[in-house]
Design a protein around this ligand. Structure first.
Ligand code: SAM
Length: 191
């Protein structure tokens, strides 16, 4: 291997999170860590129209005491509206780093400080236990896949609202129509 190629490979190793230590005459690779694995989103970004955002938060009866989580937050509009209009602490989770940067820029422009937070993560792995309201705009099959996690990790009484997509055989407590969209509401039972 030529020297330039070797330095380039080393830079790549560093970027991938591999540590190394120099020893006389050789480089010792140490403490190998897995590089963060990024996978593609389960559904593409399509923003919820603002009037539907308002309906979702209205149906969930969000107040300043709530902690709102938008799973697959896109440009952050639901999270930002929940903080701006209702004073709720809000968290957005998205697997796409471009969406997270966009959401952070939108929150900064809205001057919401630490009232809102955006996390780049797979929503199926995220820690959502503190949420008192969860918002979704995914697909029915993703809602159904998420259902066991919602039932396991969320506290009784937590409200879940979904734009457009239901939860299969879990009948909603309430269903409403706004513009051309359906909005569904469920509540985590006492178990
Ligand atoms: C239809 S958009 C909804 C955006 C926003 N919630 C709204 O209603 O305006 C779905 C979002 O989910 C994100 N997404 C898809 N699969 C995901 C996953 N496994 N984990 C986290 N985010 C995901 C996409 O990147 C996209 O931004």
């Amino acid at each position: 291997m030529h020297r330039r190629q070797f330095i380039g490979a080393l830079a790549g190793i560093g970027a991938a999170g591999l540590g190394y230590a120099a020893e006389p005459g050789r480089i010792l690779l140490a403490q190998a860590q897995a590089a963060p694995v990024r996978r593609s989103p389960d559904v593409i970004f399509v923003p919820t129209p603002n009037e539907v955002v308002d309906k979702m938060l209205d149906m969930a009866k969000v107040t300043a005491k709530d902690v709102v989580y938008d799973l697959g937050c896109g440009d952050g509009r639901i999270v930002i509206t929940a903080a701006q209009k209702y004073g709720a602490r809000s968290v957005g989770i998205d697997i796409d780093p471009t969406r997270i940067k966009e959401a952070q820029a939108n929150a900064k422009a809205a001057k919401l400080g630490d009232k809102v937070r955006f996390i780049e993560a797979d929503l199926f792995d995220a820690d959502i236990g503190e949420a008192t309201v969860v918002t979704l705009y995914l697909l029915t099959r993703l809602n159904e896949k998420l259902k066991p996690k919602l039932l396991k990790e969320l506290k009784p009484g937590t409200r879940i609202v979904s734009h457009a997509f239901d939860m299969g055989d879990w009948a909603p407590e309430q269903k409403a129509q706004v513009a051309a969209s359906n909005v569904y509401l469920w509540r985590i039972p006492k178990s």
